[in-house]
Design a protein. Structure first.
Length: 402
């Protein structure tokens, strides 16, 4: 980050980096509302294509940004602006992708099929870790000059592939029925917020997964390299963990189709809390092998069990005509609270406590506790029909709001 925030000491530089990281998360709920509105009125597919184009375009432009030495203060301004654009796009993209999958899936396999959108996070982490592993092996001067741009510029390839695939997908049959009957909501966000309990529960139930994901992936790079690990060692641990997550996520999601969303999410939350301190103790051992074990246990397994069923659970909490808005807003509020600020808070607390990892463990426990408590207020939905068009206090109680 010295290319955009020069002159800062390491602690301040880390906080500035994660502040920029948080900026994208702050914009996500706004993206959920904007694209949720049009997704509930015009269709899932069109918003899915638009959000992906914005996301890929912003990522590519970050790779072309001039640094502070070239344009001064405009460099961090433009960086943060593009991060906000990314956040807005991602805020709408998740809802479109998940709804297209869930609303096409059969009622007995919604969890399993929704896990393929949930697998986007570990798959992205896996691909980025592989690319970054090659990039950081470059001489330091070359990395600073142009190497850091490579992962961002390569995103245009994924953009092309993604747009090609999504152009082939047909509109959600459930939304097509709503459109045919002219039952679209005029203002989906107003209908959702008129009875806000469902969206509040949707947000809270996801906080634990995103807190742990952010701390044991993004923040871990800064923390682990700060206590002596080589960056390639950390990237190797993240690569192995992401590979494990790609197996655990569909398994946990498929299990939620059989026994319910609530027990699976609860099991993941309890495992995350129980492992929080042991995982950071393994990281603090400064052993590369134990670092891999730590990230696999905390992120690859416990977090993935908690995270896998969320796509299906959140979409089942809302009726068809407001599902894009409600599910997106709940999910993105969870990412904002859980992932957007936890690295920034962790960095500040770790610095204030002399480098101790205790604040990281406490944050993981806190997020998992919020999820575990929230699950008790969520009604089981894995056998519910998605055919209703109205806002459902869906995962709250047997009540349909007209």
């Amino acid at each position: 980050m010295s290319l955009f925030f020069p002159g800062a000491d390491p602690a301040v530089g880390t906080i500035a980096a994660f502040g920029t990281f948080a900026a994208g998360y702050v914009a996500r709920p706004l993206g959920g509302v904007i694209f949720g509105h049009f997704g509930d009125r015009l269709g899932r597919k069109s918003m899915l294509l638009l959000t992906m184009g914005l996301m890929g375009g912003a990522s590519f432009l970050i790779g072309l940004l001039p640094t502070y030495d070239a344009i001064g203060v405009w460099a961090p301004v433009l960086l943060i602006t593009l991060r906000v654009v990314q956040g807005i796009a991602i805020g709408g993209e998740w809802g479109g992708a998940t709804l297209m999958v869930v609303e096409h899936a059969g009622e007995k396999r919604r969890g399993l099929w929704s896990s393929f959108t949930q697998m986007g996070a570990p798959l992205g982490s896996l691909l980025s870790s592989v690319v970054v592993t090659f990039v950081v092996a470059m001489p330091r001067d070359e990395f600073a000059a142009w190497g850091w741009r490579v992962p961002f510029l390569l995103s245009v390839v994924l953009l092309g592939v993604g747009l090609f695939v999504r152009l082939k997908v047909v509109e959600s049959p459930l939304f097509a029925e709503v459109k045919k009957d002219r039952k679209e909501s005029r203002l989906p966000i107003v209908e959702v917020l008129r009875r806000p309990r469902a969206v509040i529960l949707a947000a809270c139930v996801g906080i634990g997964a995103f807190t742990e994901q952010s701390l044991l992936t993004s923040y871990l790079i800064a923390y682990a390299t700060g206590i002596g690990y080589a960056r390639p060692q950390v990237l190797t641990a993240l690569t192995v963990s992401a590979s494990v997550a790609l197996v655990v996520l569909p398994c946990a999601s498929a299990l939620s189709d059989r026994i319910g969303r609530r027990p699976v999410v609860l099991a993941g939350a309890l495992a995350s809390a129980a492992l929080a301190f042991p995982v950071l103790a393994l990281v603090d051992s400064k052993s590369p092998g134990l670092l891999i074990l730590a990230v696999v246990l905390g992120h690859g397994i416990a977090q993935s069990v908690m995270y896998g069923p969320l796509g299906a659970l959140l979409t089942e909490m809302f009726g068809t005509k407001v599902r894009y808005t409600g599910a997106s807003l709940g999910y993105q509020l969870a990412t904002l609270i859980g992932a957007g600020f936890s690295p920034l808070i962790a960095g500040s607390l770790v610095a204030a406590n002399g480098g101790s990892s205790t604040p990281i463990s406490l944050l993981v426990c806190g997020g998992a506790a919020i999820t575990a408590v929230t699950v008790w207020f969520v009604r089981e939905t894995h056998r519910d029909s998605l055919g209703g068009v109205s806002l459902r206090e869906g995962a709250v109680k047997e009540e349909v709001v007209s």
